[in-house]
Ligand binder design. Sequence first.
Ligand code: PXL
Length: 285
Amino acid sequence: MYNTPRQKRVAAIHDISCFGRCSLTVALPIISAAGIETSVIPTAVLSTHTGGFTGYTYRDLTGDIRPIAEHWKSLNLTFDSIYTGFLGSFEQLDIVSEFFTAFKTDKTFIMVDPVMADNGQLYKIFTPEFAAGMTKLCTKADIIVPNLTEAAFMLGEPYNPGPYTTDYIESTLKKLHQLGPKKIVLTGVTFDDKLLGAATFDGITGQIDYAFSERVEGYYHGTGDVFGSALLAAILRGFDLNQSAQIAVDFTVESIKRTHAAGTDIRFGVNFEESIPNFLKALNS
Ligand code: PXL
């Protein structure tokens, strides 16, 4: 019963938004539920995320990241994957890049979600310089998971609100790949008013695929983190890139549908918790 392969271990580097499911309050339960050990480095502690709330508290933890990394090094800890999301300050971009150098082996899978923008706009707390720094961090990743707004900022192009053509999506994937990351998963892809999902590009094989689901109503905060966490969990559980994207799309859409049916405030994040049983079924299939 216990004769299973060695358990994988992820280092998840995101903020803790104490209320409003996103970043670590999403990554930790989802990746853990998939059977993967999840160590965390909080980049900041906020009373809520910044999307639609005002008056939130913000404690920057930039000064804690290097000491945590140094302590982990002294313990000889190793990670199968490093997953970064919302970074709380410009300086953290360099610190996280140092963390990659310190902990990367030829087996470490680095996923950078360049959390900085959505719906055509940078999040209020970020500057164009931060976007350039995040783009530089992405060059060090094995996989990046930008949405189409983040992709536009990374490429220095105007935001295209869609619907998109396959030419636009495929040239965007290829240009992002030229920045350095080996694999790209682009979210928010749609060619019509019925389907929405992700496009995947494997820079090693040149393969482009799509993972779609029916479009569901409502814009909910934190769905990028639900998607990214599920994607990483599926990849680490051995699914290929496109299968992993489909598992992550299905999990995210089920969570959005349940949240929409309940009439929950869009700022509170999605009810991914009750989608975990089906997510685990997909991972065990
Ligand atoms: O889900 C992305 C995210 C993560 N963390 C914080 C945020 C946001 C998006 O607004 O504000 C603090």
